[in-house]
Structure formats: structure tokens, C-alpha cells
Design a protein around this ligand. Structure first.
Ligand code: GN1
Ligand code: MG
Length: 347
């Protein structure tokens, strides 16, 4: 089936004028569809990763409909159903979904200043707060063990043991860094189950192109039951770095305490008093763990031959691993400073 024919399976307004690539996600393929009266975001769902598109789309519709009902004044992604009322369309070439494109906004791969990062924090904090009463256990766990760091480490160990692509020789130092931190994974503290976004990168908050204010949280694929500290942590991992996730020159990669502070301030402005004391105290731990875990996932994928994350060159996943490890080290050195900042801004 041609792309345009697939798009026409959805309840779109107007005639299709153009279809062009959009964004730079690592998982799904995204296109911008322009008709003569509306713009849409059209995506092919990566079903190698999201094995059950039904469950995935049920999560997305449940959360966005809840948000639209309880916070009608706030912008939320508007998914468009197919002509026969389905949440996505399945064809021979894959599973597709469509939503109304949000215009006059920007998505940033790096904060231009602390205020961009502050704004993303207000949005993600607000997302957590608005969904505090949504029954998290009714959501599907669409990617099992997504932030089960101990399980991710087991996967790394398996990839090391099989060394199927003969890449281990060059990454022994990185592997050792991961193994030596195993004892840090389990804090022994049980935290409340929350609705979590699980991909709280700066570029997953759309900012108003004029005012720079947060407009809408996007990329809801990994919404699942989870821990608030992981959402906080993943945002810090990606956004409180002075360089891109795949910066090759490690001398440019640093954990910025200034950006961390901006995020914490915004996060508490957004989340209000929706968190418990344990969650608040463990926010710095979440930042370290998410950075540790993401780098470990990149390294595992590197050892397994780059089958999960999209890569542009053979060492891409290794480069990403190294930036994440650098950030982990610097966060560990700054642990007390991070905790002091959390205590300064907590509600
Ligand atoms: C993936 O596709 P993207 O960029 O939104 C990944 C995240 C990682 C991220 C690293 C479903 O997200 O978990 O943190 O890459 N998403 C999935 O950049 O695995
Ligand atoms: Mg994502």
C-alpha cells in the first residue's frame, strides 16, 4: 500500500498536499502530513520494539483522553482514529497512527539556556502531577522491564558472554565500569507506582517558538506504570549534559549542575506536592541510575550488532555509551550537591 493510501485510512480533513520527514527519534519513523486545511504527524510504529500496538495505543488514548477531560485548557496530543474507528491502522508494511500536528512550537535537542530546561521540567512535573490520580496499574506494561536496571545489567552480561559480533575486546573498560556499579542499583526502598512517561528528553516537550514556554509533552509511546524518579532521572541524563548524547569529543561532555538546578526548580514548580519524601530524596539517585542504564543499553546494543537503536555509523552506540559513562562519573562526584539542590527547592 502506498503511504498516501495509508494516510487516507484515517479520518483526516482535506486533501493531502505533501508528506515529508519529521523529527529524529531513534525508534519510530515519523512524517509530517500537510493537507489543504490541517497538518498531521504520521508515524509507523516500530513493532519490533512495541510488540503489542493494541496495548500501546490503548495506553496513549487512555492517558490523552484523561488529560483532555480533566485539563481541557492544556494542550494534549490529539490522536485521530481510522475511518472505521480504530486507534491505529495495520497494513502489510506495518502499523501506523496519526495525530494532529502541533504548530508554532520547537523541539530542542539541547537547551539553549537554563530557561528552556526549566520549562521542560515544569511540563514534565506537571505531567506527573496531572496524572497523580490516574490508576497507574490499569496501564499496559508495553515494554516489559523497561527501566528494570538490574535486568538490563543481566542483558549486558549475556551480550558480553556471547560477544556475537566480536566487539568485546575494544570495550572492556566500559563493561567493567558497568559491572563495578552493580551494587548501586537496588536501594531497597519501595516507591509508589506512578503513570510515567519513560522518555523525558528535552525534545519531548514542545516549547512555544515565540515565548519558549512549555506547550505539550509528546512521544507518549513509553507511558507505563513506573517510578517518578526514573522520569526525573532520564530528563537529567539527556538535558543536564553540556553536549549531545552522541558527542565524540568527551572533553565537551559534562554534567552541568547549573542545568540540574534549573530542572529541579521547574520540576517542583510543575509537580507541586504530588511526591512522597522518599521519591524526593531519591531524585539524584534516579538521575544516576537512568544515565547508567541508558549507557548500558547502548553498550549492549553495540555488542549485539546495533539491532535496537538507530545508528549512523558503526561506533555510534559506543560513542553514546561513553558520553553516558562520563555523565555518571560526574553525577556521582556531585551527588551531595544534587541532593542539596533538591532540598533547596522541594515543596
Ligand atoms: C529511545 O526513540 P527515542 O529517541 O524517543 C529509547 C529511550 C532512550 C533513547 C535514548 C522505546 O528513544 O528509552 O532513552 O532512545 N526509547 C525506547 O536517546 O527504547
Ligand atoms: Mg521516545
Amino acid at each position: 500500500m502506498e503511504i498516501n493510501d495509508i494516510i487516507k485510512q484515517f479520518n483526516i480533513k482535506g486533501e493531502i498536499k505533501s508528506v515529508s520527514p519529521l523529527g529524529n527519534g531513534h525508534i519510530n519513523d515519523t512524517l509530517l502530513v500537510t493537507t489543504d486545511c490541517e497538518k498531521y504527524t504520521f508515524q509507523r510504529i516500530n513493532t519490533d520494539i512495541f510488540k503489542s500496538p493494541d496495548e500501546l495505543m490503548e495506553n496513549l488514548f487512555a492517558v490523552t483522553e484523561y488529560l483532555k477531560k480533566h485539563y481541557p485548557e492544556d494542550k494534549t496530543i490529539n490522536y485521530v482514529r481510522t475511518l472505521d474507528g480504530k486507534r491505529y491502522f495495520r497494513s502489510d508494511s506495518g502499523c501506523y497512527r496519526l495525530s494532529v500536528f502541533i504548530d508554532n512550537v520547537i523541539a530542542l535537542d539541547g537547551a539553549r539556556n537554563t530557561s528552556d530546561f526549566y520549562e521542560s521540567a515544569v511540563a514534565f512535573g506537571g505531567f506527573q502531577k496531572k496524572l497523580a490520580d490516574f490508576p497507574a496499574d490499569t496501564l499496559h506494561e508495553t515494554i516489559k522491564d523497561f527501566h528494570n536496571t538490574a535486568w538490563r545489567l543481566e542483558n549486558l552480561k549475556k551480550a558480553v558472554a556471547s560477544d556475537s559480533c566480536k566487539r568485546l575486546e575494544g570495550v572492556k573498560k566500559e563493561v567493567d565500569s558497568y559491572l563495578s556499579r552493580e551494587h548501586k542499583i537496588d536501594t531497597g526502598i519501595i516507591l509508589p507506582l506512578r503513570v510515567t512517561h519513560n522518555d523525558t528528553k528535552l525534545n519531548n516537550v514542545l516549547l512555544d517558538e515565540k515565548t519558549g514556554k512549555g506547550v505539550c509533552v509528546i512521544d507518549l509511546d513509553t507511558i507505563m506504570p513506573g517510578l517518578s524518579i526514573n522520569d526525573f532521572g532520564d530528563a537529567i541524563r539527556f538535558g543536564a549534559s553540556t553536549a549531545a548524547e552522541d558527542e565524540k569529543d568527551l572533553s565537551k561532555v559534562h554534567f552541568s549542575l547549573e542545568l540540574f538546578e534549573a530542572y529541579v526548580r521547574g520540576y517542583f514548580d510543575g509537580v507541586g506536592n504530588a511526591l512522597t519524601e522518599d521519591e524526593i530524596r531519591l531524585l539524584p539517585h534516579g538521575a544516576i541510575m537512568m544515565t547508567y542504564e541508558c549507557g548500558m543499553r547502548f553498550l549492549t546494543d553495540y555488542l549485539e550488532g546495533d539491532t535496537y537503536f538507530k545508528t549512523s555509523y558503526p561506533e555510534h552506540n559506543l560513542v553514546r555509551t561513553r558520553t553516558q559513562l562520563r555523565l555518571v562519573e560526574e553525577m556521582e562526584q556531585n551527588y551531595d550537591n544534587m541532593l542539596a539542590i533538591v532540598n533547596k527547592y522541594k515543596n
